[in-house]
Design a protein around this ligand. Structure first.
Ligand code: NOJ
Length: 555
């Protein structure tokens, strides 16, 4: 169980706090719906990532990634699931593009699997042309259908060899290896790809990969591992941006950004200065950790102060937060053509001192506690509460902190737990999209420079340590069926209407969307239930189990 979840359980208090009226941009607006449309040219799409969707984990010359190896270890993933097959996106991308075309997507966000291109992580070793061909075909078909590819270079699937030989992101040599990989992608795909994301959510790679160990490679280097990994990731990002800038930009005319995940942190007590500072710290330790070096040249002052002080109290000669040289600072500053924002949820934050000593960690370094309001809707993943107003605040924070950068929302969406009955009539997802997209529209009216929105995700897929137990997809995937058929949830129809109206034109129309979207989902539910019963039966028969029908239509 993640620390966030434990905190949630421990501190799920009823919070009698009212809206924070301190911020101008939310005055009298919380809860009110804004009818209006997005600027012409606003880009709509959805996303996924290589390890989560592709399958074909050992096919056509692909090497192992840290996720292949991690997921195959017992006890790491819910029900010991792996993404060996997942959605079989490697084979079904043509079908998926047909779905996107029908929804009139402007863009599709996907990631390139590094070990599919360099099976041993290193260019000098071997380039896998079959892997290149897969991405070539995918990119070409997207473009043939007028869908712009937004391509992530690192969505967590580091080649296993680099982990085994060097310790992965703990080692500075990753900077050059990643740059070689990125450079090859620019060379081979950059004539057609114009939006590059270096890293997806490096916070997770650093904290969950090297601090809590819940994610691959599963290291638990408390208080140091995440800071070191992040330090190398930031340098690698900057190097790749410079490579593009000096070698490819003038020919290819594309953009290179990074995608950062951030929850919003709201002070529990808005009259309490300590809570206000704690909430700011929460966001700085989350998004600011990466965004501040990239936009302003160095780590947030508050991180340097807190981690530095705690390291000194521990008797360490230097801070556990690594230091950038002045040369590095100016090299890193300004290396972002657009900022990708992944956002799902919000926390209330209050101040709490964690005395330093043994057991220091990224989490205790922040001196705060995360709280949730149990009245917030919580339909799926335990950590994911629907708090739409937090999105607008986060976007405005980005605008003021980093000089109003160009933003693409690279992830936003909500899951359902599979323990619940299969239901394609996903009312809560429609509500979530409606409210979050509306808050993004308000942020645009506040002057935030948002250019596009990516629903997360196109398909149900492998949800990291949660395996297949959490479904984020617009399309339901029947994982028990070898062919991994996709079924549209009602939210497909709903999102389609948002896209075709480019926002929320007027109350009458928007209010009819939900009804129209749910018109067909009950019959799709019946179809799916029948198909699932059949695939459950088939898989039992294959496993030599007796012929019985499930009592509940549970997934
Ligand atoms: C962020 C990750 O980038 C993505 O892969 C994941 O599916 C979502 N969070 C939801 O947990």
């Amino acid at each position: 169980m993640s620390l966030q979840r434990m905190l949630k359980l421990l501190y799920a208090l009823v919070l009698c706090v009212s809206a924070n009226e301190d911020f101008d941009w939310t005055k009298n607006e919380r809860g009110s719906f804004y009818y209006g449309t997005f600027p012409t040219g606003f880009s709509w799409g959805a996303g996924g990532s290589a390890y989560q969707t592709e399958g074909a984990w050992d096919k056509d010359g692909k090497g192992m990634s840290i996720w292949d190896v991690f997921a195959h270890k017992k006890g790491k993933i819910f029900l010991n699931d792996t993404a060996d097959h997942s959605c079989e996106g490697y084979y079904k991308f043509k079908d998926d593009i047909t779905l996107m075309k029908d929804m009139k997507f402007n863009h599709y966000r996907f990631s390139i699997s590094w070990p599919r291109i360099f099976p041993n992580g290193i260019k000098a070793d071997h380039i896998n042309e079959k892997g290149i061909k897969y991405y070539d075909d995918l990119i070409n078909m997207l473009l043939d259908n007028n869908i712009t590819p937004i391509v992530t270079l690192y969505h967590w699937d580091l080649p296993q060899v680099l982990h085994e030989k060097y310790g992965g992101w703990q080692n500075a040599s990753m900077v050059n290896y990643f740059n070689d990989f990125a450079n090859l992608c620019f060379e081979r795909f950059g004539d057609r790809v114009k939006y590059w994301i270096t890293f997806n959510n490096p916070w997770s790679s650093a904290v969950e990969g090297y601090e809590t160990g819940e994610h691959a490679p599963g290291l638990k280097l408390k208080g140091t591992g995440a800071y070191k990994a992040a330090h190398h990731i930031i340098k690698a990002h900057a190097k790749v941006w410079h490579t593009y800038d000096t070698q490819w930009r003038s020919k290819q005319k594309g953009l290179v950004g990074i995608s950062l995940l951030a929850d919003w942190g709201e002070p529990v007590d808005i009259t309490n200065q300590r809570d206000i500072e704690a909430a700011e710290r929460y966001v700085q330790f989350y998004m600011g950790w990466f965004a501040t070096p990239i936009f302003n040249g160095d780590y947030p002052q508050v991180m340097k102060d807190y981690i530095g002080r705690k390291s000194a109290q521990q008797g360490l000669g230097t801070s556990r937060l690594p230091v950038f040289s002045s040369q590095e600072k100016s090299y890193i500053k300004g290396t972002c053509d657009f900022l990708g924002i992944g956002h799902f949820t919000t926390r209330y934050i209050t101040q709490k001192n964690y005395p330093s000593g043994r057991g220091n960690s990224y989490f205790t370094d922040r001196d705060l506690v995360e709280l949730v309001d149990p009245r917030w809707p919580d339909p799926g993943s335990e950590w994911l509460y629907s708090v739409p107003w937090g999105f607008r605040r986060l976007l405005n924070f980005v605008k003021t902190q980093y000089g109003n950068p160009m933003i693409y929302v690279t992830e936003n969406g909500v899951s359902e737990k599979v323990q619940r009955c299969t239901d394609l009539c996903d009312e809560w997802r429609m509500q979530y999209f409606k409210d979050y997209i509306n808050e993004m529209l308000k942020a645009l009216k506040d002057g935030v420079n948002v250019k596009g929105y990516t629903a997360w995700s196109l398909l149900d897929k492998f949800e990291w340590d949660e395996g297949f137990s959490e479904r984020f997809g617009l399309f339901y995937v029947d994982f028990l069926n070898k062919n991994k058929p996709r079924y549209p949830k009602a939210s497909v129809q709903y999102y389609k209407r948002i896209i075709s109206s480019n926002g929320f034109p007027n109350q009458r129309e928007v209010e009819s969307w939900r009804r129209k979207a749910t018109e067909t989902c009950s019959s799709s539910n019946q179809l799916l239930a029948a198909a699932r019963r059949k695939s459950q039966q088939d898989s039992k028969e294959q496993a030599g189990m007796p012929k019985v029908w499930p009592v509940h239509d549970e997934v």
